[in-house]
Design a protein around this ligand. Structure first.
Ligand code: NDP
Ligand code: 8X3
Length: 263
């Protein structure tokens, strides 16, 4: 693994599970200093203890709901001394909620997705970007999705929120043109995490069916890609990377039957 993240301060939103947690483990192994944010504090504390025993690092843990612009702004603008100069921001906090046609969808699900995936990402970035611009150094890594460019039925609001992440990433890159601050959009396909459990409101059977007969990506596969993007030389910007399981050709096109058994 590249050691290029050694000594860098990396802030990860949604670090309490899945891809965010895997990013924390990968960045810790590469010697980064970590600020880990999510709503579930108990999960963050457990991860912090794990990191301390495995890598000897003590992350800064922040209980944060990215939808709350007031709290996001206050907490991130008043980070403790020694933690203020964030080098890498991983905008990972996000979710899908519900799976229904637009005519039948629950508007509360749409609000939750758009408030988290789009507005939360904007709020967190808004709080940290001025410091990066001032220091002429930094990297924003957004976790988009193939859903942004491969939309599917019953996913209009989620797919739309991830298309917004693509557009925000591209526009931000133009805003920052001439500075050394980098912007990357990582777009995973199917990854087995708590994602489907959350989408289906805790229905474990329905969530498990999503991954039946497929070898999905792991959260660590995505974290590996995030750390790769973060560890390129300073003159290289990875605009975007789309990564999928071999058994997935399009968001809705999966080879479920002719696959080897899952490892
Ligand atoms: P998980 O459900 O495992 O993790 C989601 C994380 O987001 C949790 O840590 C959760 O923490 C956090 N989160 C959700 N809402 C908020 C909020 N309001 N404020 C702060 N944190 C929040 O799913 P994944 O790891 O799979 O998802 C991570 C990202 O990857 C998401 O943006 C998702 O859209 C994207 N993605 C996932 C794919 C997949 O197939 N799994 C594929 C492509 C993209 P907590 O609840 O503690 O706040
Ligand atoms: C998660 C992948 O295809 O379920 O973003 O939308 S998908």
């Amino acid at each position: 693994m590249s050691a290029d993240s050694a000594g860098k301060t990396v802030l990860i939103t949604g670090a309490s599970s899945g891809i965010g947690e895997a990013c924390a483990l990968r960045f810790a192994a590469s010697g980064a200093r970590l600020i880990l944010a999510a709503r579930r504090e108990d999960r963050l504390v457990a991860l912090g203890e794990q990191l301390e025993s495995s890598s000897g690092i003590e992350p800064l843990l922040i209980q944060l709901d990215v939808r709350d612009v007031g709290v996001v702004t206050r907490v991130l603008e008043e980070l403790p001394a020694g933690w203020r100069d964030v080098d890498v921001l991983v905008n990972n906090a996000g979710l899908a909620r519900g799976f229904a046609s637009l005519a039948e969808g629950d508007t509360r699900d749409w609000d939750e997705m758009i408030d988290t995936n789009v507005k939360g990402l904007l709020y967190v970035t808004r709080a940290l970007l001025p410091g990066m611009i001032r220091r002429n150094s930094g990297h924003i890594i957004n976790i988009g999705s193939i859903a942004g460019s491969e939309p599917y039925p019953n996913g209009a609001a989620y797919c739309g929120s991830k298309a917004a992440v693509d557009a925000i990433s591209a526009a931000l890159r133009m805003d920052l043109l001439g500075s050394a601050v980098r912007v990357t959009d990582i777009q995973p396909g199917m990854v087995e995490t708590e994602f489907s459990l959350v989408r289906f409101h805790g229905d474990a059977e329905r969530a498990g069916n999503v991954y039946q007969g497929v070898v999905p990506l792991t959260a660590d596969d995505v974290a590996d890609t995030v750390v790769y993007a973060a560890s390129r030389p300073p003159h290289v910007n990875i605009d975007s990377i789309k990564l999928k399981p071999v058994a997935q050709a399009w968001a809705t096109q999966l080879a479920r039957s002719s696959l080897p058994p899952r490892p």
